[in-house]
Design a protein. Structure first.
Length: 318
């Protein structure tokens, strides 16, 4: 049984009725079986209609769905012989950012990303995917290692933002994020980033300053969360829906603005309704980008990445 979002209540009611009738239909009553089929068709139609016209706020809800595939799910399905590498060699191990070496479809790669956790204990362990400075310093260490050994870098972004706690600020959160962006932009290996859920603020771009930025269809990517934006502009989180629209945080908006390069379609009803299919589609997109960049000179890759980010916002300017 799925965890249904607020806007999916009519679908949830239909699914509930279908489940009840299926229990009854075990008796072999053909009339009930026909009714189940009709209700299932109605549910599928309603799901298709709902997801065809999602608002920015509804997409934010889908991007945050607890059953959406997380970093570890992608690694398990796409990366062979994954060897996690821990610690920033300065302060501590941060569990919000996970990284390591593995083989992606026959090629050695470095993989780094945020892990939110799939149950309560895991979410607490991984701090809900919100990294502290030591997480970004670990990411820098792994990025530099990838550069040293000529390994393409793949990052999977899924965070509401960097952790804003006092300890994190005392240990140089903003400097750690800025340095991660700097290191990312200076690499001479292919860098591919995929926004798999939330891409929140500097906490996301620290891992997403890539040659190719890919977004899942119902993921979001923005300078601040809708709630954070609303609390600043309207002094209340109640205007989060309006903020979501104004932020232009959907994959479709960002593709038009030239902030991202590619959108990967999700199964009907979101990635959580077809986890394996979603992960395979993301893997295909990563493979295509790696193939496109394979053999390119490192200096060219570095310059292309820098030009890409410096050119953002230039559209329409003379």
């Amino acid at each position: 049984m799925h965890n249904f979002l607020d806007f999916e209540k009519p679908i949830a009611e239909l699914e509930g009725k279908i489940e009840e009738l299926r229990h009854i239909s075990d008796s072999g009553d053909m009339n009930i079986a026909e009714e189940v089929t009709k209700l299932q068709e109605k549910s599928d139609r309603l799901l298709r209609q709902s997801y065809a016209r999602l608002s920015a706020w509804q997409k934010s809800q889908v991007a945050r769905h607890p059953d959406r595939p997380h970093f570890n799910d992608y690694v398990e399905q796409l990366i062979e012989d994954f060897t996690p590498l821990a610690g920033d060699r300065a302060f501590a191990e941060d569990h919000a950012i996970v990284g390591g070496i593995g083989r992606f479809r026959g090629h050695s790669v470095m993989v780094i990303g945020q892990e939110k956790g799939s149950d309560t204990n895991a979410r607490v362990k991984h701090n809900f995917g919100m990294a502290r400075p030591e997480g970004y310093r670990k990411a820098q260490r792994l990025m530099e290692m990838a550069d040293r050994f000529g390994l393409p870098l793949v990052t999977l972004v899924d965070t509401a933002g960097a952790y804003p706690g006092i300890g994190a600020e005392e240990r140089g959160q903003s400097q750690a994020i800025a340095r991660s962006i700097e290191v990312c932009l200076g690499l001479k290996v292919p860098v591919i980033s995929v926004i798999i859920g939330e891409g929140g603020s500097g906490g996301a771009i620290a891992l997403a300053s890539a040659n190719a930025v890919i977004m899942l269809e119902h993921s979001i990517y923005s300078v601040i969360s809708p709630e954070g934006c609303a609390s600043i502009l309207w002094r209340s989180g109640d205007q989060a829906k309006e903020a979501a629209e104004a932020l232009k945080l959907t994959a479709q908006d960002l593709k038009l603005l030239g902030v991202i390069d590619q959108i990967v379609s999700e199964p009907l009803g979101g990635a959580h309704r077809g986890v394996e299919k979603t992960i395979t589609a993301v893997g295909n997109a990563i493979e295509a980008e790696l193939e496109r960049m394979r053999g390119k000179d490192g200096t060219v890759l570095k310059q292309q990445r820098r030009d890409k980010f410096l050119g953002m916002g230039q559209k329409g300017l003379s």
